[in-house]
Design a protein around this ligand. Sequence first.
Ligand SMILES: [Zn+2]
Ligand SMILES: [Zn+2]
Length: 308
Amino acid sequence: MRAHSTLLATLTALRFLFAFAMADTPAPRKTMEVVALGTGGPAATGRASSGFIVLLNGAPRLLVDAGGGTFARASEMRLPLENVDLVLLTHLHIDHCADVPAFFKARGILHDGPYTFHVFGPEGSGQFPAVSQWLKLLFGKDGAFAYQPDFNDHETLIPTDLTRDLTKPPVTIYEEGPLQISAVATHHGDCPSVAYRIDYAGASVTFSGDLDASALPNLAKLAANTDLLIVNAVVLDPPDSPEILYTLHSPPAAIGQTARDAHAKRVLLSHIGPAIERNLPSVKASIARSYPGPVDMAQDKSRYLVLP
Ligand SMILES: [Zn+2]
Ligand SMILES: [Zn+2]
C-alpha cells in the first residue's frame, strides 16, 4: 500500500514535470535546407551534373533535377531518401535527369507500402517528350524500366506537364500546408524548360535551371524577393564564350541584373562551366555591377540553410 502510494506520488510528480517541460519547449522550428548534390553540367570536369535535394525540417523531401552523379553524392552523404516524393525537373537534357531512375529505385527498395512520386517538368516539343511521356518511356508498360513500379511495393507516378509558354505568369503547382511550389516557363534553345520556386514557412529558394537571357524576365518574376536564387552559370560575358552557348545560357552581367530586379537576398551560382571556374573573380565582378548582394559558387555536397 505504501509502495503503491509512493508510486502514485512519483507518477503525479513526473506528469507535472512532463507537462511543465512540454509547456516550456517551443514548437520545433520549420526549416528549409538545400543540398547541392551536383554543381556541374554535362562535361566530366570534377563535378557531378546538376541536381539538388531540399530538406524540410531536416528530412529530404524534394529532388530538383538529378543529373549524372547526383545519386552517388546523395549516397556519399547518407541522405535518407524514403520521403523524397516531389521531383522537379527543369528540363530533360541528360545532365539534369539521368539519375532519376536511380533515385526511384533507391526509394522503392526502402519503402514499406505503396508510394507515390509527383513529377513536374516541361511539356514536350520537337525531339523532347513531355515529362509525362518521358516517364512512360522509362517506367511505362513498354518502358526501359517497366519492372520498377512493382519491384518492391507499388509505385505510383503522378506527372504534371508544365507550360512552355513564356507569356504565362508564374503559377503555383503544388501546395501542402506551409509548402508551396511555383513554376514559370523559361527558354533554353530548343529544349522546353522551366524554373521553380519553393516557399516553405516564410523562406524561399528559386532554381533557374538552364536558360538563355531571353527568359531572364520570367525568372525575375518568379524569384521576386526570394531568399536564395540559384542560377546556372556557364558562359562569360560576350564575346568571351562560344557564340552558340549564348543561345542556351545567360552571361554574368545579365544574371546580376536579374538578381537585382528580383531583389534576391543572395545568389548561388551552380552548373559551373569550366570557363566560370577559371574566371570566378571577373564573373563575380560582372554580377556585382548590378547586384549588391552576396554571390557564392556552389560545390558538390555543400548545404545551404534558407532563412527568411
Ligand atoms: Zn545543363
Ligand atoms: Zn540544358
